[in-house]
Design a protein around this ligand. Structure first.
Ligand code: UD1
Length: 421
C-alpha cells in the first residue's frame, strides 16, 4: 500500500497549476452517451475517478481513445450494453450520472445502486423521483435500479427538487435534453460544474434557459442526439481552494495558476476573514501570508455559499488559528471523519452533532489514515505544519481527485514523498 511521508515545517513558495475539474469532467463524460458524434474532451484531470467512469463507459461498449493523459475522444455509437455493473459503480458514487443519459438514449438501463459512502448515506431518491415524473418506471432488483422509459421516450415536465442536488440536477438535465417537450427544473443546483454542463448542451442543439440560476428550462429534442463540439473542462475550484489552503496553513506566499477566481469567492472571502490577503489576476491567484491566523466561523452550503468540499481543509487551518473557530456541516451527516485523525495530531476539536468547535494551537506529527477524498488533503495540510514525520495512509482516497498531489507540493518546496510498504 502506498502512503505519503511528510516532514513538516517548510515554508512554501512558487506556483502551482490547477488541473481540470473532476466534478465537471464526470458529467461531461456521461453526456457523451447522448452524443451523435465523437465527444472530444480536453483539460481532463488525470485522477482515478475519471478512469473509473471511462472504465464504466468502455464496459458498456463505448470506444474511448486517449490522445494524451488529459484529452480523450469518446464514441458511444457502439454501446451494446445498458448495464452499469456493481464492480465499477461501487468504486465511485458519481457513476449514477450514467442513469439519465442511458435511459434517455436507449429507453432502458440497469444501474447498480452505489452502496455505502464514506461521508454518509447519500441517497439518490431525488434522481429517481424526477425520472419517474418524466414517465420512467424504476424498480430495485438484485441491487440494481432497473429503469424503463415510456415507449416514445421520457416526457418533459416540471421537477421541483425538495433539496438541492448537484448530480441529481445533472442527471435530470441530461435526461431532459432528449425528452419530449420542455422540462423545467426548479430549485436546481447552480454549481459552476452544472453551468458548464448546461452550456455544452446548449451549444449542441438543445436550448437551455436559465443557465447559472436555480430554475432551468430545457427544450428537449424528442430523442435527437446531441452534436457536441470540443469541450475544454473548466478548472477545478476545489483543487484550487485546497492549494490556497496549503498556502494559508503554511503561511506562505504561493500562486495558483490556470484557475477561475470567480468560482472561489466564498473560499477567498473566508481566508480574508482569517487574515490572509490576495492578488487576483485573470486566471491566477496569489495568497499572501497573514500577520496572525484568525479563527473563523464556517457554515457549508450550496454554491455560491461555502463548499462542503472545502470544509476539512479549513478545519485544518482552524487547528492552528489564534482562537476558537466553529465549523458547521449542513450538507452531509458524516463528514467529520477527519476530526479523529486531526485530534491524533494534537488538534483540540469538540464535536456536537454537525457542529465542530476548534481551539487553535499546535499540531504534531502522527501516523494518520485518509478517510475520504477531501479529508485526506486536510491531513496532508496538517502534516505540512507539524514538526517531525507524518505518514498519511490510504491515499487511494487522494488519488481519486487530486492530480499529482505530492509532485505539486514538492514543486512548492514541501518535503513530501510517496512510499510503498
Ligand atoms: C456533489 C459533488 C460532491 C459535493 C456535493 C455537494 C460530484 C461528482 N460530487 O455530490 O463533491 O460534496 O455535490 O456539493 O459532483 N440528497 C438527497 N437525495 C438525493 C440526492 C441528494 O437527499 O437524491 C442529499 C444528500 O444526501 C446531501 C445533499 O442532498 O445531503 C446534497 O447532495 P448532492 O448535491 O446530491 O451531492 P452529490 O451530487 O452526490
Amino acid at each position: 500500500m502506498e502512503y505519503l511521508k511528510i516532514i513538516g515545517g517548510s515554508k512554501l513558495s512558487g506556483k502551482v497549476a490547477i488541473s481540470g475539474a473532476k466534478n465537471a469532467a464526470l458529467p461531461i463524460i456521461a453526456l457523451s452517451i447522448i452524443s451523435k458524434n465523437n465527444t472530444e474532451i480536453s483539460n481532463l484531470p488525470d485522477v482515478a475517478d475519471i478512469k473509473t467512469l471511462i472504465e464504466l463507459l468502455r464496459n458498456l461498449g463505448a470506444k474511448v481513445n486517449f490522445k494524451d493523459s488529459h484529452s480523450i475522444d469518446i464514441d458511444t455509437n457502439d454501446i451494446n450494453s445498458t448495464k452499469a455493473i456493481y464492480n465499477i459503480v461501487r468504486k465511485m458514487r458519481a457513476s449514477i450520472l450514467v442513469l439519465g443519459p442511458l435511459l434517455a438514449r436507449f429507453g432502458h438501463c440497469e444501474v447498480s445502486l452505489p452502496g455505502g459512502c464514506a461521508i454518509g448515506a447519500r441517497p439518490i431518491d431525488l434522481h429517481i423521483q424526477a425520472l419517474k415524473k418524466m414517465g420512467a418506471t424504476i424498480e430495485v432488483k438484485d441491487g440494481y435500479l432497473v429503469a424503463k422509459a415510456p415507449k416514445n421516450g421520457l416526457n418533459g415536465t416540471t421537477i421541483n427538487f425538495d433539496k438541492i442536488t448537484v448530480t441529481g440536477t445533472e442527471n435530470i438535465v441530461m435526461a431532459a435534453a432528449l425528452a419530449n417537450g420542455i422540462t423545467k427544473i426548479i430549485n436546481a443546483a447552480k454549481e459552476p460544474e452544472i453551468t458548464a454542463l448546461c452550456e455544452v448542451i446548449n451549444q449542441s442543439g438543445v436550448k437551455i434557459e436559465g443557465i447559472g440560476t436555480d430554475e432551468l428550462t430545457i427544450h428537449g429534442s424528442s430523442g435527437k442526439l446531441l452534436e457536441i463540439d470540443k469541450i475544454d473542462v473548466i478548472p477545478d475550484r476545489i483543487e484550487a481552494g485546497t492549494y490556497l489552503c496549503v498556502g494559508a496553513i503554511t503561511n506562505s506566499k504561493i500562486t495558483i495558476t490556470n484557475c477561475d477566481p470567480n468560482h472561489l469567492d466564498a473560499v477567498i472571502a473566508k481566508l480574508e476573514d482569517m487574515g490572509f490577503s490576495f492578488k487576483i489576476e485573470d486566471d491566477k491567484i496569489t495568497i499572501l501570508p497573514a500577520k496572525t491566523i484568525k479563527p473563523t466561523k464556517i457554515v457549508t452550503t450550496e454554491y455560491p455559499g461555502f463548499p462542503t468540499d472545502m470544509q476539512a481543509q479549513f478545519m485544518a487551518i482552524c487547528c492552528i488559528a489564534d482562537g476558537v473557530s466553529i465549523v458547521e456541516e449542513r450538507l452531509f451527516e458524516n463528514r467529520f471523519m477527519h476530526v479523529s485523525e486531526l485530534s491524533r495530531m494534537g488538534a483540540d476539536i469538540k464535536l456536537n452533532g454537525h457542529i465542530a468547535t476548534i481551539t487553535g494551537g499546535k499540531l504534531s506529527s502522527a501516523d494518520v489514515m485518509a478517510t475520504d477524498l477531501r479529508a485526506s488533503s486536510a491531513l496532508v495540510m496538517a502534516g505540512l505544519v507539524s514538526e517531525g514525520q507524518t505518514n498519511v495512509r490510504r491515499i487511494y482516497h487522494l488519488d481519486r481527485g487530486y492530480e499529482k498531489l505530492e509532485e505539486k507540493l514538492k514543486n512548492l518546496g514541501a518535503n513530501v514523498e510517496r512510499l510503498s510498504e
